[in-house]
Design a protein around this ligand. Structure first.
Ligand code: FAD
Ligand code: NAP
Length: 308
């Protein structure tokens, strides 16, 4: 019987592991990929206090390295279900089961698909959701970025180091991205904006050759030439494995109280998968710290209860 199983080793999960392990609890961190989460897909992090600017994967390693020192264990595991057995829970991966007193869910969120013709067909052949992973394939090419949030605008800026031109297609005439990121994009000569417009189709033969764009105000349709299309239209929670637990809301996000407690005692949720307004490394870290400490307090109460 473990004290705490943490599902997902992004900044939220790794911080929870640090706090719980420092309270001398037995901690297992289960991760289906490389530790680091979304930080591994981020070129430069410029808003994490203590660093002017740091590469995402480098920051991920700085989170990961101290964990072993405090005894937190990390194993590969793709979690598919969690069963509530009252005073303990069973975490089920594709090939193993773990009994634990506390579960901390920190599985994050994944990029949303646009759902237009050509998106699936050209995925990996010009359509991408990760500039850091695929940007270098588009040297001296023209690119489309879809979306108006932090991801779209920041990644468009990143892509200008490879591309000759990056056109941001946004459905409104105002960006959602933070002001500092917007200003940087407005100053970048390689970036062009296609306002009030949606992409209705991604076209090509074997590879992408452009997009069909519709102006939502005038109804006018145009074909914009491009060899790459990067889609950043928001996030969906990764919470399918927790549906049976009954902790998700109608959109799949996990609501918690201020102590990161879900509706099931002994189950906490932190980071991007949580229902909240600001999805950042800083907020993931803060919530990880709270959940790590709350796990300790929960176990103290449980011990008293079981001793009676
Ligand atoms: P994640 O980082 O998403 O980690 C979740 C982990 O859970 C992943 O490693 C995943 O593999 C694992 N997992 C999921 N499901 C399972 C499962 N079933 N079993 C086992 N493991 C599972 N924020 C900033 O503060 N500054 C930035 O500059 C910044 N840039 C960004 C750039 C991009 C392109 C994106 C997409 C996001 C950016 N963010 C930035 C947001 C930030 O990365 C996230 O808010 C943060 O990573 C959330 O942390 P998390 O631990 O909740 O989730
Ligand atoms: P987001 O903030 O939800 O923005 C999604 C964007 O896509 C919005 O501009 C939205 O338009 C647009 N959009 C949504 N659905 C669309 C559709 N069907 N067709 C066309 N456009 C559509 O998502 P995000 O930019 O991926 O950011 C996710 C989270 O990560 C945010 O919390 C963000 O702050 C964080 N993040 C932070 C940083 C950083 O701090 N440097 C970097 C990246 C991400 P509307 O504006 O009209 O809604």
């Amino acid at each position: 019987m473990l004290d705490v199983v943490i599902i997902g080793a992004g900044p939220a999960g790794m911080t929870a592991a640090l706090y719980a392990a420092r309270s001398d609890l037995s901690v297992l961190l289960l991760e289906r990929g490389a530790p680091g989460g979304q930080m591994n897909n981020t070129a430069e992090v410029e808003n994490y206090p203590g660093f002017d600017s740091i590469k995402g994967p480098e920051l991920a390693m700085k989170f990961y390295e101290p964990l072993a020192k405090f005894g937190a264990k990390h194993e590969y595991g793709y979690v598919v279900d969690v069963v509530d057995r009252g005073d303990y829970k069973t975490v089920i991966t594709e090939d193993k089961e773990y009994d634990t007193r506390v579960v901390i869910i920190s599985t994050g969120a994944s990029h949303r698909h646009l759902g237009v013709p050509g998106e699936e067909e050209f995925s990996g052949r010009g359509v991408s959701y990760c500039a850091v992973c695929d940007g270098a394939f588009f040297r001296n090419r023209e690119l489309i970025v879809i979306g108006g949030g932090d991801s779209a605008v920041e990644e468009a800026i990143y892509l200008t180091q490879f591309a000759t031109k990056v056109s941001i297609v946004h459905r409104r005439d105002e960006l959602r991205a933070q002001k500092i990121i917007q200003d940087r994009a407005f100053r970048n000569e390689k970036i062009e904006f296609i306002w009030d417009s949606v992409v209705e189709e991604i076209t090509g033969e074997n590879l992408v050759n452009g997009v069909e764009v519709k102006n939502v105000k005038t109804g006018e349709k145009t074909h914009v030439q491009a060899q790459g299309v990067f889609i950043y239209v928001g996030l969906d929670p990764i919470s399918e494995p927790f549906k049976n637990l009954g902790v998700t809301n109608e959109n799949g996000w996990i609501p918690t109280d201020l102590n990161m407690k879900t509706s099931v005692p002994g189950v906490f949720a932190i980071g991007d998968v949580r229902e909240k307004t600001l999805r950042q490394i800083t907020t993931a870290v803060g919530e990880g710290g709270i959940a790590g400490q709350q796990a300790y307090l929960y176990l103290q109460d449980l011990q008293d209860k079981l001793a009676k």
